[in-house]
Design a protein around this ligand. Structure first.
Ligand code: C5P
Length: 226
């Protein structure tokens, strides 16, 4: 089945500090977004890429030359709005949608191809890793309410891969219900669609704070040394 990748890149990156959104910052000399888009462009299983941007013009300048980039479009207020905007651009014939954060440039081809192959079987899949820390749930006053069994808790990453119909239906319903999910999969979960976990990697980090860039540079340096 045809695969469309949606890459949300419309965040302002407030947690990073500074004026430039993190997807445009250099990582070992190359903007984060370029690294992310290149991986998808080079993946033989991906047919087209929709990049959702805050500033369409400068984003198109940066990554518009990659052959599989079909659209660079304007994002929305929340990440969910940006992904929904991307989904509007995807052709309506049966296909698989692969959503991947622009700010996770350390995804490997092996993982991307693996999760896309697995999508032949499952309607909804997310990359995830077991959490290393014990997780506590707490009230706004800081009092702990619960400690979930660690073996049942995962840190979720992207890609998140869906069949187009259940995904579009879940997004339409979330919009109708005024629900904003922190990831795409949660919208399908509330519709009762089984979401499968595909093994992610501790290296597939989301660049959020300046420390994440230090870690990412170190990982890339090691990879480049082979
Ligand atoms: O803010 P967060 O780190 O969760 O963002 C994850 C990804 O979603 C980033 O690549 C960011 O650019 C994108 N995003 C977006 N539209 C928004 C907010 C975030 O495309 N309104």
């Amino acid at each position: 089945m045809a695969v469309s990748a949606i890459i949300p890149a419309a965040g302002s990156g407030r947690r990073m500090g500074g004026g430039t959104a993190k997807q445009f910052l250099p990582l070992r000399g190359e903007p984060v977004l370029v690294r992310t888009v290149r991986l998808f462009s080079e993946c033989p299983l991906v047919d087209e890429i929709v990049v959702v941007a805050g500033d369409v013009e400068s984003t198109a300048e940066l990554i518009g030359h990659f052959p599989k980039v079909a659209y660079v479009i304007q994002g929305g207020k929340e990440r969910q709005d940006s992904v929904w905007a991307g989904l509007q651009k995807v052709h309506s014939r049966p296909r698989i949608i692969c959503v991947h954060d622009a700010v996770r440039p350390l995804l490997t081809m092996e993982m991307l191809e693996g999760v896309l192959h697995a999508a032949a079987e499952h309607q909804a899949q997310v990359l995830a890793v077991p959490v290393k820390d014990t997780i506590k749930m707490a009230k706004p006053d800081g009092i702990v309410t619960q400690t979930p069994d660690r073996s049942t808790v995962f840190a979720v990453q992207t890609p998140q891969v869906f069949w187009v119909e259940p995904m579009a239906q879940a997004f339409r319903q979330a919009i109708a219900d005024g629900v904003v999910g922190t990831d795409c999969a949660s919208l399908l979960e509330r519709m009762g669609v089984p979401v499968h976990i595909y093994p992610g990697s501790n290296e597939n980090i989301k660049l959020t704070t300046p420390e994440d860039f230090l870690v990412a540079e170190a990982i890339l340096e090691r990879r480049e040394r082979g």
